[in-house]
Design a protein around this ligand. Structure first.
Ligand code: SF4
Ligand code: SF4
Length: 434
């Protein structure tokens, strides 16, 4: 098979080249950059839809978000929009809408479960039967916690469900005992290792291995072939499976600290201002995004490990699992590693950045703040466009560049926003710190 890059690919209408797909230029006249910008818009809208769905589950809706999704999708129909500049503007509008939907979701989480506060989460198994919950649906976790109360079943989070521990109303359940594993892509190993019932509530679920396909359940949008589906939050079958599987053994645990909400960070505002003014904090780094199994993703750990001690690292989403076991200590009581949650909490990072702008009376690009993004799938694309919409420049992106970014798109990103692919961690730090 050839490794040659396809410049474009579109087979959405019956004019398509040779009846198989337009791969050089569209029979309709669509040029590769337009095709890629249409893909980019679709991917951004997929990310927005994920946030929107999670917010809708909690009863929060905004017609403007739905209207944008309809307009954006319509723009990618055959023979509608051949204008590259307009498609860039639509991508920026997607970024704006994504800020709105992320905020709507965060507000819904806080309204239902309280403002997150920092918490140490035990990582490892406890004695007793267990259920492992993965995905982003906090309502599913809450319903499960209610239905398992007093049944002697330990509930664990996995990957993107880790921030649940930060929410006071979920933490009230004593049988929410901890976390098993790390990022989404360790699930085949972790789900095989621990003989528990598993509940996949949303995206980032993988096709199961034989070892556990008879004990994994899905719900909502998540579906796997030949595995049971939970309907109407009735977890009876899942609970019975957990009890039937029997006890896990107690194992030695480590801890992750998560749950830094915006208010917790802002409660440190005066101290942060003093430390920055006194030169004791030189720079903030926001290092996060989706994690990917790509070999180059080791960059993110090396990057954080090599940062000078007068820097603070804000992190969120699966990207944090690359380094959230590191003990970076603190600067006069301000932790050097601050985990603000998962991809569903990305608005917290935006709000902290905007609060820092207010605190120092500086624009977003004047702040001593560098964003180092890792992208893997469509939520990360939506977040990237949110940051571009907010006017953030000089970001680093990796572990590889999005495949839809051909030279034309890359030129827009580099020329307008000075977006740079990640390089060597130490060299990148040297360049940033000057
Ligand atoms: S929309 Fe244009 S590029 Fe796409 S398949 Fe039809 S002719 Fe080809
Ligand atoms: S950060 Fe990305 S990879 Fe991780 S759970 Fe969210 S969408 Fe999935």
């Amino acid at each position: 098979m050839s490794n040659e890059k396809v410049d474009m690919f579109c087979w959405q209408c019956s004019q398509t080249a040779k009846g198989s797909g337009c791969t050089v230029r569209g029979v309709c006249g669509k040029v590769p950059t337009v095709a890629r910008l249409q893909d980019n818009l679709i991917y951004s809208m997929k990310g927005i839809s994920a946030y929107n769905y999670n917010a809708n589950v909690l009863g929060s809706k905004d017609p403007e978000i739905d209207e944008f999704l309809t307009k954006g999708l319509y723009s990618t129909l055959t023979n509608v929009n051949f204008d590259a500049e307009d498609l860039v503007n639509l991508a920026l509008e997607a970024g704006e809408v994504n800020v709105k939907v992320m905020r709507m979701l965060k507000d819904a989480h806080i309204a239902h479960y309280g403002e997150p506060t920092p918490v140490e989460v035990q990582v490892g198994s406890k004695k007793g039967p267990g259920i492992l919950v993965t995905g982003h649906d906090l309502k599913a976790l809450e319903e499960l916690l209610k239905q398992t109360e007093g049944k002697g079943i330990n509930i664990y989070t996995h990957s993107e469900m880790l921030p649940a521990h930060g929410y006071p109303k979920l933490r009230e359940y004593e049988h929410l005992v901890g976390q098993l594993g790390g990022p989404w892509f360790d699930q085949k190993e972790i789900f095989s290792k621990y003989n528990v019932a598993i509940l996949a509530t949303s995206n980032c679920v993988l096709l199961p291995k034989d070892e556990y396909k008879d004990r994994i359940f899905t719900m909502d949008v998540a579906k796997l072939p030949d595995t049971p589906i939970i309907e109407n939050y009735d977890f009876t079958e899942l609970i019975n499976k957990a009890l039937e599987l029997g006890d896990l053994e107690e194992e030695e645990t480590k801890t992750f600290t998560t749950g830094f909400g915006v208010n917790t960070i802002l409660s440190l505002a005066d101290k942060i201002k003093e430390l920055v003014t006194d030169g004791k904090i030189k720079r903030f780094f926001l290092v996060g995004g989706c994690d990917s199994p790509h070999p180059k993703a080791t960059y993110y750990r090396e990057f954080v490990e090599n940062l000078p001690e007068d820097t603070i690292v804000l992190t969120l989403a699966c990207g944090k699992y690359r380094f959230n076991d590191l003990d970076l200590g603190d600067i006069e009581g301000v932790p050097r590693l601050i985990d603000m949650g998962q991809c569903n909490d990305a608005i917290a990072a935006v709000d902290v950045a905007l609060a820092l702008c207010d605190l120092f009376d500086l624009g977003l690009n004047e702040l001593p703040l560098t964003i180092v993004l890792s992208w893997m799938e469509q939520k990360a694309v939506a977040i990237l466009w949110s940051l571009l919409y907010l006017g953030k420049t000089d970001m680093l992106i990796g572990p590889i560049l999005p495949a839809w970014a051909n030279d034309d798109i890359l030129n827009i990103l580099v020329n307008n926003y000075n977006l740079t692919p990640i390089g060597d961690p130490k060299e990148d730090i040297k360049k940033i710190m000057g």
